[in-house]
Design a protein around this ligand. Structure first.
Ligand code: NDP
Length: 397
């Protein structure tokens, strides 16, 4: 029987997921894209019709409301819901999936709008309800989290008896020509980058000041870049699932202009998430800043350069020390040519589509809530090769 797929969130990532699902329509069947602003869904549907001659349905939804979501799910009866709205909507969409008995996938872990802190606790707590409803929830099926978790699982399965250290390296050397803009949702991006850094060593989390630790890494096809230690959500699940792990860190590159703007904005309070009184109105400075900054979906046409995201793992194989580096390079302009989005949205949207494809094809299928590294990495790694994200391995020792 033909499948039905519902995608929620018509932003930069939603655009890529919808394009890629349409390009794999044999698996995804009838596709509906729903978001808060239906005109954004209609515009994506129009582009897909023009480029691929495939029709997709559109709908308007407030994904903060479980009642509205349940009504929409019961109306469409999708086999899977792909959540690429914002992390604030994860729990409502998961609850509506439990209510309607539908498989769920997202790309970012839950965050409360009033606290800049993200963790899996509340999503993992829904494992029992997912099991009772005989449905699957796949968490963090983007690039990082997502492909980086699968790279770790692949390293563990094929290259190591024990993985001792992992460094996740995320480099975006793209240039969009603006002095300051973010490549995905500005509010989510700035909350992540301005928070304290954190890494895990010998069973403990060690906290750092924002951008306190910098290391220069040499990224193939890009070159040497200053990379800053950040806390990133995939580390929370990887420390549970990778055997023998002693340390895990996450590094991301930032240009000088980005960092200078961010420091200034922070110094004047523009990154605040608590509401302030302004001329009799209440506004959250970060939300207002988000309104002023370029829409990430609009960066596609003007971004040039490459991204390189990967993992650098050290450990033991057959009693000997081994180091490997698995990475993927994407080109912003090539991504735009294919699906009208820059590489940051592309590298998130393609893995979201692949995760959903593996669920629909029952290659990854279990009842409950899971992180990516809990499944066999091989079918995912194979799909990356053919769906636009080819990867490479360098074996150092
Ligand atoms: P955008 O801001 O471009 O898009 C988000 C979309 O969600 C918008 O279209 C917005 O609608 C919609 N939306 C927001 N709130 C609601 C709501 N209450 N109901 C319905 N729709 C809503 O973000 P991105 O596309 O850049 O990012 C999407 C997700 O991908 C985020 O969760 C982000 O954290 C994640 N991400 C994950 C990465 C990874 O590698 N794992 C990397 C990059 C992003 P409207 O426009 O009407 O407000």
């Amino acid at each position: 029987m033909s499948k039905k797929t519902l995608i929620i969130g018509a932003g930069g990532v939603g655009n890529v997921v919808t394009f890629k699902c349409a390009m794999n329509s044999k698996t995804f069947g009838e596709i509906t894209l729903a978001s808060r602003t239906i005109s954004k869904c209609d515009s994506i549907a129009k582009n897909i019709k023009e480029k691929l001659s495939i029709s997709i349905n559109t709908a308007s939804i407030d994904a903060d409301s479980v009642i509205q979501l349940t009504k929409l799910f019961n109306n469409i009866k999708p086999d899977i819901v792909i959540n690429v709205a914002l992390p604030y909507q994860d729990l409502t969409i998961m609850d509506a999936c439990i209510e309607s008995g539908i498989d769920y996938l997202d790309t970012a872990n839950y965050e409360h709008p009033d606290t800049a802190k993200f963790e899996y606790k509340e999503q993992w707590a829904r494992d029992k309800a997912f099991k009772e409803a005989n449905i699957m929830g796949l968490l963090g099926s983007g690039f990082d989290p997502g492909v980086t978790n699968v790279f770790c699982a692949y390293a563990q399965k094929h290259y190591f008896d024990e993985v001792h250290t992992i460094d996740i390296l995320d480099c975006n050397a793209g240039d969009h020509g603006y002095p300051f803009a973010t490549n995905f949702n500005p509010e989510i991006n700035l909350r992540e980058v301005s928070a304290n850094g954190r890494y895990w060593k010998s069973g403990e989390w060690i906290e750092t000041k924002p951008m306190e630790i910098m290391q220069v890494w040499d990224y193939p096809e890009i070159g040497k870049k200053d990379s800053y230690l950040l806390y990133h959500e995939e580390m929370e699940s990887l420390v549970k699932h990778i055997k023998g792990l002693k340390r895990i860190r996450f590094f991301m590159t930032f240009g000088e202009s980005y960092l200078t703007h961010m420091r200034c904005l922070e110094n004047v309070g523009m990154l605040g998430i608590k509401e302030v009184e302004h001329k009799g109105m209440k506004i959250a400075p970060m939300e207002f800043l988000s309104t002023l900054l370029p829409d990430p979906a609009s960066l596609g046409a003007r971004t040039k350069g490459k991204t390189n995201i990967g993992i650098y793992a050290k450990g033991i194989k057959d009693g000997k020390e081994r180091t490997i580096y698995i990475y993927q390079v994407s080109d912003h302009e090539k991504c735009y040519e294919e699906v009208m989005s820059q590489a940051v949205s592309y590298t998130t949207g393609v893995p979201a589509m692949i995760g959903a494809k593996l669920i629909l094809e029952e290659k990854w299928k279990r009842d409950g809530v899971f992180n990516m590294e809990e499944f066999d990495p091989d079918p995912f790694m194979k799909e990356l090769m053919v769906q636009g994200l080819p990867w490479k391995i360098i074996k150092k020792t």
